[in-house]
Design a protein around this ligand. Structure first.
Ligand SMILES: O=P(O)(O)OC[C@@H](O)[C@@H](O)c1c[nH]c2ccccc12
Length: 403
């Protein structure tokens, strides 16, 4: 058993010197030949972070008015080699940045042998430690299957016919200017792991229309099925029902493929969660979003995550989630804490819009986070539970904000 375990542990390192024979295409795209993201079968970064490094090292060259200019093939290869020589493991990189959420062990729990029998042991390494980790591991499986069914090249083809995106950040700014209150991102949310089912009689399009009528600047649509009873069908239905508010695709993004998918399904913005994604991923994914015309809402929950995100160029929107996604604890004073002092100044200088997220129920809650410095809020439960969610918005703000 000893021998087996140590063999498993050393195999990936031994192969980390091997340069893959995979050819990457010359444009700024991902996952032509290997899956776009995060890990090879040994849990090591593959094309994903390689491309991140490429994006990071050549910003002056890669960004133009039109978008991202292709790198030459030989540069591509040189950087590819470099990354594979570094041979970092996702979980190691993440842990070095204080990220506690680990990625799913590559092929399910490791095998153990007892005599002639083979079985899988539940242990720290192969059991999710909290709900967020469980969601992420599940998402990993889900995305692997979806990608097989609809590989990136197909999504890219579908993009040729996609209508242009709507200006998510612009809509929030305009709402703030119009009302003097934080712009509202109203969430179309049927259920959550912490609160259970929020609304039995759930018609996503009807709710979206009511939100729009009630003065929401943007909408957030949960697309995770298993834990939030959401769906991409909901996103598509709202988009094609003529709702004008820009749409945030509320997903657990761990793979750049999901960003293309969200765009094809009608999203105008996506969520990136700093508790899940290392800096390189956030950098890289933000670039992809820019390329696709999507806004990025980068979500943080503590000082360390905020500082990491403030160190990344080009971030326009930061969400402060008052809910800890590992424990479900909600505390609105987190928004205040993270905006105090120097951090608040940096945010101001960079003209970043901060979104106060979760646990907001009353006009006092809105005033409290506005006072703390947010210019937008993301609200689900308190408004989706109302029989008329549009009227729920007036209740939340203490006045009609639709005029
Ligand atoms: O229903 P609430 O407490 O108003 O929260 C909305 C939104 O902030 C919450 O749904 C949320 C914030 N960040 C997330 C990340 C994943 C899933 C859900 C979320």
């Amino acid at each position: 058993m000893e021998g087996l375990v140590s063999m498993r542990a050393t195999t990936p390192r031994a192969s980390s010197r091997t340069v893959p024979s995979v050819k990457y295409g010359p444009n700024f795209s991902i996952g032509r030949s290997i899956p776009a993201t995060s890990m090879d079968p040994h849990g090591r970064y593959n094309s994903f972070s390689f491309t991140s490094i490429r994006a990071q090292q050549k910003p002056q060259q890669s960004e133009t008015k039109e978008g991202i200019t292709p790198l030459k093939e030989d540069e591509t290869n040189a950087l590819q080699v470099k990354e594979w020589e570094v041979g970092m493991f996702h979980n190691e990189v993440a842990a070095a940045q204080g990220i506690r959420i680990r990625r799913r062990p590559p092929s399910g729990p490791p095998l153990h042998y007892v005599g002639p029998f083979e079985f899988r042991l539940q242990n720290e390494g192969n059991t999710p430690r909290n709900i967020l980790e469980e969601i992420v591991w599940n998402k990993d499986k889900e995305v692997t299957l979806l990608k097989e069914r609809r590989p990136l090249f197909m999504l890219k083809k579908a993009l040729d016919n996609a209508p242009p995106t709507r200006d998510f950040v612009g809509a929030l700014k305009a709402a703030y200017q119009r009302t003097g209150l934080p712009g509202l991102i109203a969430e179309v949310k049927k259920a959550s792991p912490s609160r259970g089912v929020l609304r039995e009689n759930f018609d996503p399009v009807e709710i979206a229309r009511a939100y729009e009528k009630g003065g929401a600047a943007c909408l957030s649509v949960l697309t995770d099925k298993k834990y939030f009873q959401g769906s991409f069908e909901n996103l598509e239905a709202i988009r094609s029902a003529g709702v004008k508010c820009p749409l945030l695709c509320k997903e657990f993004i761990i793979d750049a493929w999901q960003i293309y998918h969200a765009r094809v399904k009608g999203a105008d913005a996506v969520l990136l969660i700093a508790a899940v994604l290392p800096d390189l991923d956030i950098r890289y994914m933000t670039k992809i979003c820019k390329l696709l015309g999507l806004a990025t809402l980068v979500e943080v929950h503590d000082e360390r995550e905020m500082d990491r995100v403030l160190g990344i160029e080009g971030i326009e929107l930061i969400g402060i989630n008052n809910r800890n996604l590992e424990t479900f604890e909600v505390d609105t004073s987190i928004t205040k804490r993270l905006l105090e002092g120097e951090r608040g100044q940096v945010i101001h200088q960079k003209n970043i819009i901060v979104v106060g997220e979760s646990g907001l129920f009353t006009p006092d809650d809105i005033a409290y986070v506005q006072e703390a410095g947010v210019r937008a809020v993301l609200v689900g439960e308190s408004i989706v539970k109302q029989s008329d969610p549009g009227r729920g918005i007036a209740g939340l703000f203490g006045k009609d904000i639709s005029l």
